[in-house]
Design a protein around this ligand. Structure first.
Ligand SMILES: O=C(O)CCC(=O)C(=O)O
Length: 291
């Protein structure tokens, strides 16, 4: 069990502009307000410091290896330590050795980086008359799942399209995650139908908490964002959610609900591994839990 079984989470749904400095100031303010309202874990949206636009990712990207040069990285680290909170830092475009990644950095209450997740499933989509996007033209996909022990429990990280893959969430559950955080930026075409469904499915199937955080609809970028940052409990129930405008969702998490749900409905015992295979990639790859 984590050090704090009960705590408040803050989901900062931010309006992203084309001015990175403004985005940094807004994100910092929002994190501070969430912390003042009692949040010990704050989650930011996918691409909170850069408009969601393939032609801009490279321009806004920073190299997190050289902390001093990365304004966004330093800001998150500093505000985490000033407020004494854990931050799941949404995602930002990252340069590393000439490659561009869509990356989520997690910071502990001492301001230290505890984990880094690079979006593993890139969003390549072509729905005629609706949406055409090929993230893989711009980004390199991350090669690893990311699970991290924090002051507020064991957290698995996914970014947006990663939520569509139940296998990743199953893996996090198998490794003892209490909560999966998915910074995301679903657009209007798949958002209305699937954003909530995917979150509730990942939470209900795995009997754990799922938190998502998106930019607000008025954000700059190449497509219109659905919004609706949400916290879902281990029975698939929506605990708190938002509309599409800039806001902060503050909600209580009580991890004893996980134990309770798993006791009254022991899905792990019902699982029929004899008729289907749950491939635990732990067998194939050494597993690393960051802390
Ligand atoms: O999977 C989807 O429908 C949306 C994914 C997405 O918007 C993203 O990964 O940025």
């Amino acid at each position: 069990m984590p050090k704090i079984p009960k705590f408040k989470i803050g989901l900062c749904q931010l309006s992203v502009t084309s001015d990175k400095n403004i985005n940094l100031v807004r994100a910092r303010n929002s994190i501070e307000v969430a912390a003042k309202q009692g949040a010990s874990l704050v989650v930011l949206p996918e691409m909170w410091n850069c408009p969601y636009s393939s032609d801009l990712f490279a321009k806004y990207a920073e190299d997190f290896g050289d902390n001093a040069a990365s304004l966004s990285f330093s800001m998150l680290s500093e505000v985490a330590s000033c407020q004494g909170i854990t931050i799941v830092g949404g995602s930002m475009p990252e340069w590393d050795n000439g490659r561009l990644y869509n990356t989520c950095c997690v910071f502990g209450p001492d301001g230290k980086l505890t984990a880094k997740h690079r979006k593993t499933h890139l969003f390549d989509v072509d729905i005629p008359g609706d949406i055409l996007l090929k993230e893989s033209d711009t980004f390199t996909a991350g090669g690893e799942p990311t699970i991290v022990d924090t002051d507020v429990g064991r957290i698995g990280i996914g970014i947006c399209h990663d939520i569509r893959f139940p296998e990743l969430a199953m893996l996090y559950r198998a490794r003892g995650a209490h909560l999966i955080c998915y910074p995301g930026a679903f657009d209007m075409s798949t958002g209305e139908l699937l954003w909530e469904l995917e979150q509730r499915a990942r939470a209900a199937d795995n009997q754990l908490f799922v938190a998502t955080c998106a930019p607000s609809r008025d954000s700059a970028g190449c497509y219109t964002i659905w919004g609706h940052s949400t916290l879902v409990g281990p029975f698939g129930e929506i605990i708190a959610t938002s509309g599409h405008e800039e806001t902060i969702v503050i909600a209580d998490i009580d991890y004893s609900a996980i134990e309770h749900r798993r006791k009254v409905l022991p899905l792990e015992k019902h699982r029929r591994g004899d008729i289907y295979l749950f491939v635990d990639t732990h067998e194939q790859k050494p597993w690393r839990i960051e802390s």
